[in-house]
Design a binder for this molecule. Structure first.
Ligand code: FAD
Length: 433
């Protein structure tokens, strides 16, 4: 029998956090009113969502044991559930990391008692794997390579659309609109949202899954009510990516191979990488620089936000950032990749927290308002299970340790030594030649 719920829900943002929440809610409460609002149509050919992409890495290799365990939970669904499995490809991952990461991952798997096809190899041994495609990669200061054959990648935009279709089929109402502000009653409780065309959409619970736009939406909803604002909890940050369409002149082993995550040279940034995409005979690369876009808002507040264009100017990629993605290719494929083209460049905007933990939490400054976003450059792979945790948060059944980990108010670590924390500004990169 279907569970009863007295609630109606407005979820703003149809990336993985919002779409997964909508699906989990409507499956659990088929009679509930669930409205999903996003500035892009559910079947738009391109979207501003970080969740929209050609492909994304799906892995459970983490030094944080909570995300290791969640990665394994998600993998079960990616591998076995007919909604998800057509989009998942267990290609393996080849990690070139100088940080002792391999041992930490192996320890986590051991602690969880999980058997996975996971091992580390000396560089000489690793070079020979996968038909030698990484033979000429940059292994400066690398002692061992971690190979996890139980991880891979998923066709990101395709599964996003399929899941949205499923949610709509089950009764979720999808509204393509820009939310301009939240709406509040006289006590400051959230009552709904107002779109840029003036439409009000009310609900008893309002969930923001608005990714990089979240800090701006909170400020615009009430510039004077600082307790509502994200402050230092969330920063809009971005990474550049590009497709490399290899076509028929390059051996298929390069676009049929594993994902490569490459942390050399470490002083450049967290990682660059390559994700195969055999359907299009293509590889997607991402660059190593993480950057922000600090602007002065009309309220006088200064914070990072995506560019103001409707598409976040995501296809308008300055040369310095194109070069940053180009840098990934020789790091990964070395001499063998020297003629690989780079075609479609994109800046992908994301909500990052100082601890890289998500925020899945009630908003303490406004009753009925909830935050479920901040993938912090690693949230996509949990798409099948994110909504489960958001529903638990709404129902106050979320495990206490996860409540604390994902709380709106939590201790924020310092960011100066954090390689994920953006130090560069988009405006400076746009000026650089
Ligand atoms: C370059 C790059 C590569 C990544 N690679 C991986 C990977 O390989 N594996 C992995 O696990 N993770 C990866 N991530 C992280 C992952 O993409 C994100 O954590 C995740 O997609 C965030 O999902 P989200 O739902 O919070 O936000 P988003 O996907 O950004 O969705 C937010 C949605 O909110 C909508 N929205 C915002 N404001 C409004 C408004 N005012 N009105 C209406 N709609 C609004 C937007 O249109 C958008 O659709 C990567 C991130 C980047 C940037």
């Amino acid at each position: 029998m279907a569970a009863e719920t007295p609630d109606s829900y407005v979820i703003v943002g149809a990336g993985v956090f919002g779409a997964s929440t909508a699906l989990h809610l409507i499956r659990k409460y088929p009679n509930a009113s669930v409205t999903l609002v996003d500035r892009n149509a559910f079947d738009a050919p391109t979207k501003v969502a970080a969740s929209w992409d050609w492909n994304k890495v799906v892995r459970s290799d983490y030094n944080d044991i909570v995300y290791t365990s969640m990665g394994l939970e998600a993998r079960e669904i990616w591998s076995n559930d007919p909604l998800w499995s057509p989009f998942y490809h267990e290609s393996g991952i080849y990690w070139i990391s100088a940080t002792g990461f391999a041992q930490q991952v192996l320890d986590n798997f051991k602690k969880l008692g999980v058997k996975a096809d996971l091992y580390s190899l000396s560089v000489d041994e690793a070079r020979k794997q996968y038909d030698g495609i990484f033979d000429t990669a940059d292994y400066t200061n690398i002692k061992e390579v971690l190979i996890n054959k139980s991880s891979g990648w998923a066709a990101a935009k395709d599964v996003l659309q399929r899941v949205l279709e499923e949610a709509i089929k089950l009764g979720v109402k999808y509204v393509a609109a820009e939310v301009q502000t939240l709406e509040f009653d006289t006590d400051g409780n959230c009552t709904g949202v107002k779109t840029s065309t003036g439409q009000s959409i009310g609900a008893s619970r309002i969930i923001l899954s608005t990714g990089a736009f979240t800090p701006k939406l909170l400020v615009e909803s009430d510039p004077k009510r600082t307790e509502l604002h994200a402050g230092g909890r969330i920063i809009a940050a971005a990474v550049t990516e590009a497709t490399s369409r290899l076509g028929d002149n390059v051996s298929p082993k390069f676009y049929n191979g594993p994902v490569c995550i490459q942390e050399v040279p470490p002083e450049r940034g967290a990682s660059n990488g390559a994700v195969p995409h055999p359907q299009d005979k293509m590889v997607k690369f991402w660059g190593q620089w993480i950057f922000k876009n600090t602007q002065t808002h009309s309220s006088g507040l200064e914070f990072s936000m995506p560019p103001q264009q409707a598409d976040y100017a995501q296809w308008d990629v300055p040369k310095a950032l194109q070069d940053d993605v180009r840098f990934a290719n020789p790091c990964i494929f070395g001499e063998q990749g020297k003629d690989f083209p780079m075609d479609q460049f994109r800046i992908c905007w994301e909500a990052l927290t100082p601890s890289e933990d998500f925020i899945i939490s009630p908003h303490p400054a406004s009753k009925n308002l909830y935050i479920a976003t901040c993938g912090s450059f690693h949230g996509w792979k949990f798409f099948p299970i994110l909504g489960k945790y958001v529903v638990q948060m709404l129902e106050q059944t979320l495990d206490k340790s996860l409540q604390d980990k994902w709380a709106w108010d939590r201790e924020l670590p310092a960011t100066h030594d954090n390689v994920m924390w953006p130090k560069k500004e988009l405006r400076d990169l746009a000026k650089a030649t």
